[in-house]
Write a protein of this length. Sequence first.
Length: 194
Amino acid sequence: MQAGFALAHPIFIIVAAGTLVCVFLRGATHKFFDFTWFSHILAEYRILPGAIAVPAAALLTVLEVAVAFGLVVPQTRPVAAFAAAALLLIYVAAMAANLLRGRTRIDCGCGGAGQGISWLLVARNVALTGLALIAAQNAAPIDFGAFGWLVAGAGIASFWLLIIGLEKLAENLSYLAAADDNAHDHQHHHLETH
C-alpha cells in the first residue's frame, strides 16, 4: 500500500508530467519545423499507406502539441497523460514492427534527423509510457513551497538529461553498426574483386 501512495505523491506526478512536456514539445518542434522530413520518415516506416503519410504526420504533430499543453493543466493532465501513453505505445509498435522486419536504418522521427530506430529507443518509449501512467494520477493538490518546486524541477532536469543521454547512446550505437556494416560490405566487395 505504501508504494501506491508514494507514486501518487504530487511531486512525482509533476516530475512525470514535466518530463513528458519536454519530450513532446521537443518532438513536435522538430516535426513542425521540418515537416517534409517527418512526413518522409513516417512513410519510411511502411505502417501506413504512403498516400496518407502527410495527413498522418500533421495529425501526430498536432496531437503531440495538444498532449504537451494538456499535461500542464491539472484538470486536463490525466486525459493528456493517457493520450501520451497511447501515442508512445503506437511509436513502440511502429519501431518494434520495423526492427523485427530487420529494417534498422530508419530514422526514428523522435527529435531531429540522425537518430535511427533501435531496441534502446523502444525501451525508452516504454519507460516514458510508465511516466505517462504516473502523470495520469489525480493526486490532491498540495502547496509544495519553493523547495518542493525546486525538487520537482531537479527531477525533470534529471529525467531530461537521462533521456538525452540514452538518445545519444542509441545514436552512437546506430552509427557504429552502420560503420561496421559498411566496413563489412567494403571488405566483401574487395574480396570479390580480387
